[in-house]
Design a protein around this ligand. Structure first.
Ligand code: NAD
Ligand code: UFG
Length: 339
C-alpha cells in the first residue's frame, strides 16, 4: 500500500477521495490551504474510515512548505486537486487563476522532481475539449480552446504535464477529465459546500430545497436538445473518487502521461435534474427560465470506454442515487460545514 500526498484533499472531491484511499488501505497526507474548505471535512473522513490521516495546512505555491512535506513523509505518489474552480470568477480575476492553478501546479511538479516522486494524478476537466469537438468526447480528440480562463488553466497544466513526462520517462501521470461531479457520500457526513452563491447547478438545487434560496433559475430553454435545456454528464462523486484510486494504482505500474474521461456517458438535461430531484426526494423546486449563461455549451458527455478498458472503472451510481445523496448531505448539513 502506498503513502499518498493529496493536495486540496479537504475539498469536495478531495475529501471523498481521501476516504476511498483510506478504505482501500493507503496512507494519506493532505496538503491544503483551506481557502475553499473546512478541516471538519477531514475530521469526518477519519471518523468514517476509522483511520487517521495527516494534515498540513499550506499553499502549493509555497516551495519550502512543499519540500518540507516531501522531506517529512516518504510519499509514493501525489493526487493533485488544489486549485480554484469558479468559471465566472476566472473571467474577472484571471491572474489569480493562472497563479493558483498553473504556477501552483508547476511548483508542485518541481518539488516532486526534487523529491524524486514521479507518480501523479491530476484533476482535469471535460472543459479541455473546448467548443469545437462534438459529444461524446473521447480522449483521442484534439484539445479545443476552453471557453473560459478556468478551463484554459486545465488545458495548460495538461500540456505542461505531457511535455514533462515526454522529457523524463521516470514520470507517470494520469489526467482525469471529470464531467459534472455531484452527489455525496451515503452517510451525508461529507459533501459539496460552496462559499456564497453556488455557481453550479446541483448545490443551487439543494440550497433551494433546504430553503436557503427561493428559486432555481434555469439558464436557457432554446438549446438544440430534447427539452431545450443544456445537457451534462453528471457523475457521482464517490464513483469519481474510486476512479482516482484506480488511476493511482495504474500509475504505480506504468510510465508516461495518459488521459481518461470520467463520466457516465449519459446526457441529462437541466430540467430533468430538477424534475428527477423532485420525484426522488419528494420536494418541489420552484424555478424560472432565465437567459442563457455566457460560455455554456448545449450538450456534453463522455465516452468513458478507455477508463473501463484500462482502469477497469465504470460509473456504478444512478442519477437517482446522485440526487438522493446530494439532498441527504444538504438536509443533514443545511449550512454545510458551518455550524
Ligand atoms: P474544492 O474547491 O472543493 O477543492 C479544492 C481544494 O483545494 C480546496 O480544499 C481548497 O482549499 C484547496 N486549494 C485551493 N488552492 C490551493 C492552494 N493554492 N494551495 C493549497 N490548497 C489549495 O473543489 P473540488 O470541486 O473538490 O475540485 C477539486 C479539483 O477538481 C479542482 O482542481 C477542480 O478544478 C477540479 N474539477 C472540479 C470539477 C467540479 O465540478 N467540482 C470539475 C472538473 C474539475
Ligand atoms: N445551470 C442553471 N442554473 C444554475 C446553475 C447552472 O441552469 O443556477 C445550468 C448551466 O447553465 C449548465 C448546467 O446547469 O447548463 C450545468 O452547470 P454547472 O455550472 O453545474 O456545470 P458546468 O457544466 O457549467 O461546469 C462544470 C464544472 C466546471 C467544468 C465544466 C466542464 O463546474 O468546472 O463542467 O467540465 F469546467
Amino acid at each position: 500500500m502506498a503513502k499518498i500526498l493529496v493536495t486540496g484533499g479537504a475539498g469536495y472531491i478531495g475529501s471523498h477521495t481521501c476516504l476511498e484511499l483510506l478504505n482501500t488501505g493507503h496512507e494519506v497526507v493532505v496538503f491544503d490551504n483551506l481557502c475553499n474548505s473546512s478541516k471538519i471535512a477531514l475530521e469526518r473522513v477519519q471518523a468514517l474510515a476509522q483511520k487517521p490521516l495527516n494534515f498540513i495546512q499550506g499553499d502549493i505555491r509555497d516551495m519550502q512548505a512543499l519540500d518540507q512535506v516531501f522531506h517529512d513523509y516518504k510519499i509514493d505518489a501525489v493526487i493533485h486537486f488544489a486549485g480554484l474552480k469558479a468559471v465566472g470568477e476566472s473571467q474577472k480575476i484571471p491572474l489569480a487563476y493562472f497563479d493558483n492553478n498553473i504556477a501552483g501546479s508547476l511548483c508542485l511538479v518541481q518539488a516532486m522532481e526534487r523529491a524524486e516522486v514521479f507518480q501523479l494524478v491530476f484533476s482535469s476537466s471535460a472543459t479541455v475539449y473546448g467548443e469545437l469537438n462534438q459529444a461524446p468526447y473521447h480522449e483521442e480528440m484534439p484539445l479545443g480552446m476552453p471557453t473560459n480562463n478556468y478551463g484554459y488553466t486545465k488545458m495548460v497544466v495538461e500540456q505542461l504535464l505531457e511535455k514533462t513526462a515526454l522529457a523524463n520517462p521516470a514520470w507517470s501521470i494520469a489526467l482525469l477529465r471529470y464531467f459534472n461531479p455531484v452527489g455525496a457520500h451515503k452517510s451525508g457526513e461529507i459533501g459539496e459546500d460552496p462559499q456564497g452563491i453556488p455557481n453550479n447547478l446541483m448545490p443551487f438545487v439543494t440550497q433551494v430545497a433546504v430553503g436557503r434560496r427561493s428559486k432555481l433559475a434555469i439558464f436557457g430553454q432554446d438549446y438544440p436538445t430534447l427539452d431545450g435545456t443544456c445537457e451534462r454528464d453528471f457523475i457521482h462523486v464517490v464513483d469519481l473518487a474510486k476512479a482516482h484510486v484506480l488511476a493511482l494504482e495504474n500509475r504505480l505500474n506504468h510510465t508516461g502521461c495518459r488521459a481518461w474521461n470520467i463520466g457516465t456517458g449519459k446526457p441529462i438535461s437541466v430540467l430533468a435534474i430538477k424534475n428527477t430531484f423532485e420525484r426522488v426526494n419528494g420536494i418541489e423546486i420552484p424555478f424560472e427560465f432565465a437567459p442563457r449563461r455566457t460560455g455554456d455549451l448545449a450538450s456534453f458527455y463522455a465516452d468513458s470506454t478507455r477508463a473501463y478498458q484500462e482502469l477497469n472503472w465504470k460509473a456504478e451510481y444512478s442519477l437517482e442515487d446522485m440526487l438522493a445523496d446530494s439532498w441527504n448531505w444538504q438536509r443533514k448539513n443545511p449550512n454545510g460545514f458551518n455550524p
